[in-house]
Design a protein around this ligand. Structure first.
Ligand SMILES: [Zn+2]
Length: 69
């Protein structure tokens, strides 16, 4: 058998049009990271973490903060 030493790649059958490319990339946008609001002070915080502003978790104060009165 003849050895032609040709490397074969998977090649797209036809050019992807601007519209097709844009339609595919319509789903590539970044999503918002998971954030919730603090029950006590309403600050935007990461879920399942003590609020860094008022030191509360699930509506109860669990960590003393400097601003706490
Ligand atoms: Zn808070």
């Amino acid at each position: 058998m003849m050895n032609l030493n040709i490397q074969l790649f998977a090649v797209p059958f036809r050019k992807v049009s601007k519209t097709r490319k844009r339609m595919r990339r319509a789903h590539n946008a970044m999503e918002m990271p998971g954030v919730t609001k603090c029950k006590t002070c309403g600050e935007v915080i990461k879920p399942h973490r003590v609020c860094p502003k008022c030191g509360s978790y699930k509506g109860k104060e669990v960590v003393a903060t400097k601003e706490a009165e």
